[in-house]
Design a protein around this ligand. Structure first.
Ligand SMILES: Cc1cc2nc3c(=O)[nH]c(=O)nc-3n(C[C@H](O)[C@H](O)[C@H](O)COP(=O)(O)O)c2cc1C
Length: 160
C-alpha cells in the first residue's frame, strides 16, 4: 500500500519534513487546516499566550475533509509541538480518521519539549492503530532523519 503524510505546519518546519518524507517514500500528502489561523506578532508572544493553553482553546477544529485511507498504509502524522502536545485541531482531525489496523508513524518539530506528550494523545485518539517509530526534530536536539528513514523503509518492506 501507499504511504500518506497528514500534517500541519504554522511556520514551515514541519512542512519541510512532511515534504521530504513524501518525496523519499513516494507517498501522498495532505495539509491539515484549522478552522481559524491565529496570528501572533512574535514567536515570544505566542509562547506567552500558550501559558494559558490559549492556542489549543482557540484552534479546536480542523476544516480539512476526512480522507478515505483505505489505500494507504503507513499513515504519517506530523505537527509542531504546542504547549507540550499536538495542536488540538490536529487531534480533532486525527480522531475522525479511520486508522483501525493501520501503522501510524508520528513526527513532530519543536523547540525543546519533545514528542512524548503528543504520543499520549495519539494513543488515546488512534483507536486500533499500531503507533510506531516516532520521529522528533527539535531546534536543540535534531533527530537523525537518514537513520529513521532507513528504519521506516525496512519496516515498509516487511509490510509488503
Ligand atoms: C503556539 C506555540 C506553542 C509552542 N509550544 C512549544 C512547546 O511547548 N515546546 C516546544 O518545544 N516548542 C514549542 N513551540 C515551538 C514549535 O513547536 C516549533 O517552533 C515548531 O518547529 C514549529 O513548527 P512549524 O514551523 O511546522 O509550525 C511552540 C510554538 C508555538 C507557535
Amino acid at each position: 500500500m501507499k504511504p500518506i503524510v497528514l500534517y500541519y505546519s504554522r511556520t514551515g518546519h514541519t512542512e519541510k519534513l512532511a515534504q521530504l518524507i513524501t518525496a523519499d517514500l513516494h507517498g501522498e500528502i495532505i495539509r491539515i487546516t484549522p478552522e481559524k489561523e491565529r496570528e501572533y506578532r512574535s514567536f515570544r508572544s505566542a509562547l506567552r499566550k500558550v501559558a494559558g493553553n490559549r492556542w489549543h482553546k482557540e484552534m479546536k477544529k480542523s476544516i480539512t475533509p476526512i480522507p478515505d485511507l483505505t489505500r494507504f498504509d503507513p499513515v504519517f502524522i506530523g505537527f509542531p509541538i504546542w504547549a507540550k502536545d499536538m495542536p488540538d485541531f490536529v487531534a480533532d482531525f486525527v480522531s475522525h480518521c479511520d486508522l483501525k489496523g493501520k501503522t501510524v508513524i508520528p513526527f513532530a518539530t519543536f523547540g525543546v519539549t519533545g514528542i512524548s506528550g503528543a504520543m499520549k494523545t495519539l494513543s488515546r485518539i488512534c483507536e486500533g492503530a499500531n503507533i510506531v517509530m516516532p520521529f522528533e526534530d527539535g531546534t536543540f536536539r535534531g533527530g537523525d532523519y537518514r537513520k529513521w528513514r532507513h528504519e521506516v523503509r525496512m519496516m515498509m518492506w516487511k509490510m509488503e
